[in-house]
Design a protein around this ligand. Structure first.
Ligand SMILES: Nc1ncnc2c1ncn2[C@@H]1O[C@H](COP(=O)(O)OP(=O)(O)O)[C@@H](O)[C@H]1O
Ligand SMILES: [Mg+2]
Length: 290
């Protein structure tokens, strides 16, 4: 495996409406390296720059200053490099279901691969495989996406990006607006894609618990800067700073701290309900089969 990071963000600054009274500095000198196969949660208060940052990763917007390298190559160097970045870095927007526009589900999922000039046979394989990935039945492929439920539309939109087999899959709040079961299903689908391909995944999320559950690394943005970058444990150990940023550690982490404060010797890291259950069971003398 090559040591070059799949993505390198160097001194990235983004200023909106530069030179007008509305000038706003959304990103201020960001430096990051994204390794092949990493699963990263991107966290931050509304307005911290998360969406602006990820739109740079496939050259959708241009840096005011700084560079983005894909596999060591500046993605904004030429029309060709921009095009390459668009197919190798897949971006799923917030509420992507509003961007469906073809008359059938099949055509919508096929849109990206078609732009990559794959053959109809290759396109067909990819459409069916990605539909399966996100749990969309074959029989829905000939339906209009507009007849389907919100959750199904979301999955179709994600399938359309997965069909390009991006080496980096970037998602802006993919679970927003879904119920807990729907959120879980989408995340499990995405983790399936990651496991099967080994490709990197960046997920912007509001939920600390979800980030901790799925990501090995968390990047916390504040005012367009990287405020924290580490494992969930490292990030959650800075509870006071997180609170000052308007972010909270997961409920279970907070409860574990309180219980420890009351003298319960809970062991291990706890951010999910399952981890809390297991820690409590270990204390109780091991009714692990419960
Ligand atoms: N198209 C735009 N034009 C002007 N300002 C913008 C635009 N998009 C975002 N901003 C501003 O840039 C800052 C960062 O926004 P954004 O990247 O959307 O943050 P987040 O996704 O973390 O909520 C905010 O102050 C936001 O108001
Ligand atoms: Mg956003």
């Amino acid at each position: 495996m090559s040591k070059t990071p799949i993505l390198k963000i160097e001194n990235l600054t983004h200023v909106y409406s530069k030179g007008t009274p509305f000038e706003l500095s959304a990103l201020n000198g960001i430096n990051l390296e994204i390794g092949r196969g990493e699963v990263i949660g991107i966290i931050g208060h509304t307005g911290s720059g998360k969406s602006t940052l990820i739109q740079h990763l496939n050259a959708l917007i241009k840096p005011t200053e700084g560079k983005i390298y894909l596999d060591g190559k500046d993605i904004n160097e030429s029309k060709q490099s921009v095009k390459e970045a668009r197919s190798r870095v897949g971006l799923v927007f917030q509420y992507p279901e509003y961007q469906l526009f073809e008359e059938t589900v099949y055509k919508d999922i096929a849109f990206g691969p078609k732009n990559m000039r794959l053959t109809p046979d290759e396109i067909d394989v990819r459409v069916r495989a990605s539909a399966q990935f996100v749990g969309i039945d074959e029989e829905l492929l000939e339906r209009s996406p507009f007849d389907l439920s919100g959750g199904q539309k979301r999955r179709i939109a994600i399938a359309g990006v997965i069909a390009m087999l991006p080496e980096v899959l970037v998602l802006d709040e993919p679970m927003a607006g879904l119920d807990p079961a729907g959120r879980r299903e989408i995340m499990e689908n995405l983790m399936g894609y990651h496991r099967e391909t080994g490709n990197a995944m960046l997920i912007v999320t509001h939920s600390m618990e979800e980030a901790a559950r799925y990501a090995q690394r968390m990047i916390v943005l504040e005012h367009g800067r990287v405020a924290m970058d580490g494992t969930p444990d490292q990030v959650f150990s800075r509870e006071k700073e997180l609170k000052e940023m308007g972010l909270a550690v997961p409920e279970m982490t907070e409860l574990a701290e309180k219980l420890r404060g009351c003298g319960l010797p809970l062991e291990g890291t706890i951010y999910t309900v399952e981890q809390m259950r297991d820690a409590l069971l270990r204390l109780g003398g091991g009714r692990q089969d419960a």
